[in-house]
Design a protein around this ligand. Structure first.
Ligand code: SF4
Length: 394
């Protein structure tokens, strides 16, 4: 369970923070795509962010997730995916404030991995993740009961994607499972299957069905029939005891609202438009998209693949648009396009903007700790156990 400190918000000169004072776990559902990023940053805000950051000096460490806006990335001390950023924060014990420009579950992970003296701040409390919200602690506990009823709980190992709440990570730690990222999902699954009698083990994969399915089927030779989808909104997950017993992979019915929108048609369309294009997608995409792509990999993999690509090559990238645009700018010698014309930014990531960052930095510099994210000690203990298991993966 996560708590936030009571807010002590004073109006700033520009009344910067109109939104995001309260946590709103449902906020990211059904959001509309703005179609494009807002206008470039107000130069006054840039100057104010610089001044506040300079006032804080080494006391603050700003983390910028790859999917953040350019105006925010400009102030990041380090960029990366969620796990790399949490580890970077833990490696900076002298930083009193970790300002996490990302989404809620990432700030929770940073709080779990950093020392008790470090305070993790999320500039907008409404920056959640729709995928993480698709698995609540109550739903997952109920699922485990269903598995127990079917007689399969003791041969099942939970594997939770990094993109999950601290509660789900703690559930995973309590039940002897591991966390995984999109880079090490295969190793996590191999480890999990190895924990139970040969051939008899199962994995409950949370909360992203696509990463679980793509890893098992594309990388490990399981069939689509080895996978079942547990729907938390149906009685018994919509599955019979026989289906649960026969399955190898029990996939939670969750998905990323950004990567889940890429379609087979978008792959076919880009191949028709750009002859010889390399299609490179994230494993959170649907199975048919991944099957039709040339390359599949995590955000870090995508960045490295484009770094290594020869000049003159063409690429269609299936991941978040802020990152794709930044990569296209960084590689003017290559043609880099977004895989789908209709997919928008991660709207919750985009809630962190320069006004919220300025408000956060100025508040901290003035001695007011705002939007702190804390994970309670019991949840932290078990979530850390699951994270440590990931670090110990062979
Ligand atoms: S890109 Fe997808 S998984 Fe990542 S924060 Fe946004 S909704 Fe969540």
């Amino acid at each position: 369970m996560t708590t936030t400190e009571p807010l002590d918000v004073q109006p700033t000169a520009l009344a910067l923070l109109l939104l995001g004072r309260e946590a709103d776990p449902r906020s990211e559902r059904g959001v509309e795509c703005p179609g494009d990023l807002p206008a470039p940053s107000d130069p006054d805000l840039v100057a104010r962010a610089r001044a506040a950051k300079a006032r804080l000096g080494d006391r603050v460490f700003v983390l910028g997730h790859h999917y953040q806006r350019d105006e925010v990335i400009e102030f990041a001390d380090v960029t990366g995916d969620s796990f790399k950023l949490a580890r970077d924060a833990a490696a900076r014990p002298q930083a009193e404030f970790i300002v996490f420009c990302g989404v809620h579950f990432m700030a929770e992970s940073a709080d779990i991995l950093t020392s008790d003296d470090q305070r993790v701040i999320l500039p907008d409390l409404a920056a959640g993740c729709s995928m993480a919200d698709m698995a609540t602690a109550e739903q997952v506990a109920e699922c485990w009961d269903v598995l127990a009823e079917a007689g399969v709980a003791d041969v099942t190992v939970p594997v939770a994607y990094m993109n999950s709440s601290a509660d789900i990570k703690a559930f995973t730690g309590r039940h002897g499972g591991t966390i995984c990222t999109s880079s090490n999902a295969r190793r996590a699954l191999e480890w999990a299957f190895g924990q139970r009698p040969a051939g008899g083990g199962k994995v409950l994969f949370l909360p992203d069905q696509h990463l679980g399915r793509n890893t098992a089927v594309r990388e490990m030779g399981y069939s689509l029939e080895d996978c079942v989808v547990y729907n938390p909104h149906k009685p018994n997950g919509g599955l019979s005891a026989g289906q649960l017993r026969a399955a190898k992979m029990i996939l939670w019915r969750g998905h990323c609202s950004v990567h889940g929108r890429f379609s087979l048609e978008s792959v076919e369309d880009v191949r028709a438009r750009i002859p010889g294009v390399n299609v490179l997608v994230h494993p959170e995409c649907r199975n048919e998209v991944v099957a039709a792509a040339d390359l599949v990999g995590s955000t870090e993999y995508i960045i490295k693949a484009l770094d290594a690509a020869p000049a003159g090559s063409s690429w269609a990238i299936g991941t978040e648009l802020n990152l794709v645009r930044r990569l296209a700018k960084a590689h003017p010698d290559k043609q880099i396009v977004f895989l789908d014309k209709t997919v928008c930014f991660c709207s919750t990531m985009n809630r962190i903007d320069l006004p919220h960052l300025v408000w956060t930095l100025e508040s901290l510099a003035d001695g007011k700790v705002v939007n702190r994210i804390t994970v309670d000690p019991e949840t932290e203990r078990f979530a850390r156990r699951a994270l440590e298991q990931m670090l110990a993966l062979p």
